[in-house]
Design a binder for this molecule. Structure first.
Ligand SMILES: [Zn+2]
Length: 196
């Protein structure tokens, strides 16, 4: 099946041909008012429910990988593997297991970071976002670079503080969370609307 993520087209100013995916009343580049052209209503930003469900799908995938690799650690780590009795681990066994646990935590941090940054800078969506027909773009509607994806991921940790950055979605003209705003990203809902 063809990836739906290819259906969103860039919105291009009829006068200067610059692409602009923010919902300004006029072109950001040449000032042509959009009201006459109808361009202002042709972008569908992703809704909160779609984004939440996408997030939960990604969370499920990442949790499964995290859990799977933890089982691998339990089986591979000599301190656990040689612990035959059902009793609690001795302090020596716990000490021997520490680097394995630390390694597993480090792996998880890097894996989650790379998952978001690589998916966003290549496929323009995580698996959860693909499932919900969402697409991450920059303000011109282009695929984001790895560095922009990294900036967005970093800023998402900031948004996670009391979820305030996520709630900014409801105050945003372009349905942007704090980390979308900081990194200059938009999340679009896929549809077949022609944006030219
Ligand atoms: Zn223009």
């Amino acid at each position: 099946m063809m990836n739906q993520a290819t259906t969103v087209k860039k919105r291009v100013c009829p006068k200067c041909r610059e692409a602009d995916m923010t919902d300004f009343s006029k072109c950001r580049y040449c000032g042509t008012p959009y009201n006459a052209t109808g361009l202002s209503r042709q972008i569908e930003y992703a809704g909160f429910a779609d984004r939440l469900i996408a997030h939960l799908i990604d969370h499920f995938i990442l949790s499964a990988i995290s859990g799977g690799t933890f089982i691998l650690v339990l089986q591979s780590c000599p301190a656990f593997a040689h612990h035959s009795s059902m009793g609690p681990l001795t302090s020596a066994e716990l000490l021997a297991a520490e680097p394995w646990i630390a390694g597993w935590i480090f792996f998880n941090i890097i894996f989650v970071l790379l998952y978001y940054c690589i998916m966003h800078s290549t496929a323009q969506a995580t698996f959860g976002q693909m499932k919900m027909d969402l697409k991450v773009v920059d303000l011109r509607g282009e695929r984001i670079t790895f560095m922009r994806a990294l900036a967005r991921y970093g800023a998402s940790l900031l948004s996670g503080v009391f979820y305030l950055g996520y709630l900014m979605f409801f105050l945003s003209d372009y349905r942007q969370t704090l980390h979308d705003k900081i990194s200059g990203c938009l999340i679009l809902k896929e549809n077949n609307t022609r944006l030219y």
